[in-house]
Design a protein around this ligand. Structure first.
Ligand code: ADP
Ligand code: MG
Length: 667
């Protein structure tokens, strides 16, 4: 039970059934039809072990109307005792009608006496594990339910009309009456379910509102400075798009305030978020404060580092580089530069920023691809930032556009800026879908593309599913693919990049690919975020059917960064399900990340869309943001009133529902 998080009475009371079985009725044996799932009661007329084909226990059961055969392949002496001739038993299972007559294979059964009552309510089936039998869990839940504190906390006028009190709702869901509408119980449309979802959504909104109130009281440095940002703008080899100008203005307005910025910058892959971050950093540094930029992987951090050094070092900014693989003297020297304030900009992975790094004067923290940071890491980052007297400003960047209802729910405490325009001169990416049987033709196409003297400098990616998953025999292993492609492309340098390589190994490969020596890079999804090599104009994604749409879009965004027309080939291994087909088709039909996110949401639902990490480790157990937006809106409207008029109730409600998890929402 501890493994399932079932510790307190309230945990058990809120451990709600997956489904129900109807044990309130007995069916006469004679009226059982093939395929029925039914409960019968009868006396045992025969019980014997048969060992001819496969050892099994055969039991014949009779009621007033007819006979039924029970077949058990795994059984214990205790079972034989229960099923001894002459005993009365109650049996539930699925009926098969074959040439031996009616039978049930592996039914549930128990001994009863003639006056054992039938239950009045449906029997709950709980989420459980193999080690925890339903019968045990049912008893534990039933006794916890009697003790659990389910008093009505919320003033009735704040609860949506027509929903039952909490205690009534919980009891009803554990033990619904047999005439309760089964569909509504299953699809969670039942008023009792609605009540629980509302409670949960309200708790989430309250916790966010509290976090927001805490933040409003924090003080941050006001960062107003033009010099460095203007110099950087003038030095850039391109002009900002209108969308970039707009979001830069939004960020500058935040930085100029004495409260910490808490802003999410979202923009499609390739929309140019890095330069926006660099300009924000330039404002902070121009005002005399340090800036930290964190990326989820070393490859990505290094790309940022290179770019920022090129942009900022000529303007006199010292940029420090910190990652987990940087050790020894070089590292101590860096740390000293950061502590003294000599290094104005610090770029690295989160692992390093969290540990022994002390900033002289941190004014702005930028987190790239924030959705790749786990909740725990985001919390650690916040703690790190809290070490200072003044709270630094926080800018998060993401290429995974978050639909509005999700943003409202998960990021009520976050302002959002959106870059909705790509830099000019981008050629759109043509996406083609092929069955894996066309693999050879695809390799031929790569050969033509990479060895054509008329178009020197072309490069390509070949993406394989994760090596970590290679236990599954049917997955193409990146190493094998690398060998295959090296053999098929003589004279072409083919590299390999995967998550099991060390940071230094990865860096060496990326170096060769970035400087153009390496023509083809076979990679797992380690290249998913942020890698920027403009000459790469062709990408093949193997087993495309195994990736999420958002992930495919991220991957595809690695090409189409230069002036050359780009192609992305999605290889699939059939047969594809209808949704599988629809998903790949969506990829071929649009290059718009927001449109893809919308379709992904339609196909998969928000839980998966966000991924367990981003959804705050499944903070929402009952509510479904796709379906329950009406309840969410109600919770949003009610939360501020409850906080203002009944602060103590609000506190108790958050504790009841979130307990120790309330912190997650602040991350
Ligand atoms: P992302 O938003 O995916 O992080 P990047 O910041 O990596 O995108 O930008 C993608 C590429 O576009 C980079 O090579 C960058 O230098 C370039 N870029 C950014 N803004 C512009 C612009 N306004 N005009 C032309 N190129 C730009
Ligand atoms: Mg980026």
């Amino acid at each position: 039970m501890r493994k399932l998080g079932l510790l307190r009475d309230i945990d058990l009371a809120l451990h709600l059934p997956l489904r129900y079985v109807d044990e309130t009725r007995l069916t006469p044996i004679a009226s059982l039809r093939d395929g029925d799932s039914a409960q019968v009661q009868g006396r045992v007329t025969e019980c014997r072990v048969e060992a001819r084909t496969r050892r099994q226990l055969l039991v014949r059961l009779a009621d007033d109307s007819g006979e039924l055969l029970l077949r058990l392949f795994n059984f214990y002496p205790s079972n034989q005792k229960t099923l001894a001739v002459g005993n009365l038993v109650r049996v539930r299972g699925e009926v098969r009608v074959g040439f031996v007559g009616r039978e049930m294979v592996h039914p549930e059964f128990r001994g009863v006496s003639a006056d054992t009552p039938l239950p009045a309510a449906l029997t709950p089936v709980y989420p459980s594990s193999a080690q925890l039998p339903q019968a045990y869990l049912r008893k534990a839940v039933a006794s916890a339910l009697a003790r659990a504190p389910l008093s009505e906390l919320l003033p009735p006028e704040l609860v949506p009309a027509g929903l039952p009190p909490l205690a009534v709702a919980v009891h009803r869901l554990h033990h619904p009456s047999p005439d309760a509408p089964e569909d509504a119980l299953q699809d969670h449309g039942h008023p009792a379910w609605q009540r629980l979802k509302f409670e949960e959504l309200l708790a989430q909104q309250l916790a966010q509102a509290q976090a927001q109130a805490v933040r409003a009281r924090l003080a941050a440095p006001t960062l107003v400075a033009d010099g460095l940002a203007t110099q950087l703008l003038a030095a850039l080899p391109f002009a900002l798009t209108h969308a970039q100008q707009r979001v830069v203005a939004e960020i500058r307005a935040d930085l100029a305030r004495a409260q910490p910025m808490h802003r999410l910058l979202q923009g499609d892959v390739g929309s140019g978020k890095t330069v926006v971050a660099a300009l924000a950093a330039a404002v902070a540094m121009g005002a005399g404060w340090q800036c930290a930029l964190m990326a989820p992987t070393e490859i990505l951090a290094e790309q940022h580092f290179r770019k920022l050094v090129v942009w900022l070092q000529p303007l006199g900014v010292t940029v420090a580089w910190l990652t987990g693989s940087r050790k020894g003297k070089g590292r101590s020297a860096m740390l000293a530069q950061v502590a003294s304030g000599e290094a104005l900009l610090v770029v690295g992975t989160h692992a390093v920023i969290q540990r022994d790094v002390v900033f002289a004067k941190l004014g702005l923290a930028v987190v790239d691809e924030q959705h790749r940071f786990g909740v725990a890491q985001r919390l650690a980052l916040k703690d790190k930032l809290h070490e200072q007297a003044l709270e630094p400003h926080l800018l998060m960047m993401s290429a995974t556009p978050i639909p509005r209802t999700l943003a409202m729910s998960y990021f009520a405490d976050l302002d959002v800026s959106t870059i909705d325009e790509l830099p000019p001169g981008r050629t759109s990416i043509v996406t083609k879908i092929f069955a894996d049987s066309k693999r050879e033709a695809v390799v031929g196409r790569i050969r033509d593309e990479l060895t054509n003297p008329a178009q020197p400098g072309r490069q390509a990616y070949w993406v394989c599913p994760l090596v970590e998953e290679s236990e599954h025999l049917d997955l193409q292993n990146a190493t094998a693919t690398h060998a295959e492609l090296s053999a098929a492309l003589p004279g072409v340098m083919v590299g390999l990049l995967h998550g099991r390589m060390t940071g230094a190994e990865k860096a060496a490969v990326m170096q060769l690919f970035t400087n153009g020596e390496m023509k083809l890079l076979v990679a797992t999804t380690v290249i998913e975020v942020g890698v920027d090599v403009p000459n790469a104009s062709l990408m093949v994604i193997e087993h495309a059917e195994r990736f999420g749409l958002a992930q495919l879009h991220q991957l595809r965004g690695r090409v189409g960064r230069g002036a050359v027309a780009s192609v992305c080939v999605l290889l699939f291994t059939g047969p594809l399900s209808p949704t599988g087909k629809a998903r790949l088709k969506a990829m071929a039909e649009t290059n718009d990340g927001f449109e893809i996110a919308r379709r992904d949401l339609d196909i998969r639902g928000p839980g998966e869309f966000m991924g367990a990490r981003q959804s705050g480790d499944a903070l929402l157990r009952f509510a479904d943001l796709g379906q329950d937006s009406a309840l969410l809106l109600h919770a949003r409207a009610v939360a501020p009133r409850l906080l203002a008029q009944h602060p103590r109730v609000a506190q108790l409600h958050v504790e009841r529902w979130l307990g120790g998890k309330a912190d997650f929402l602040k991350a």
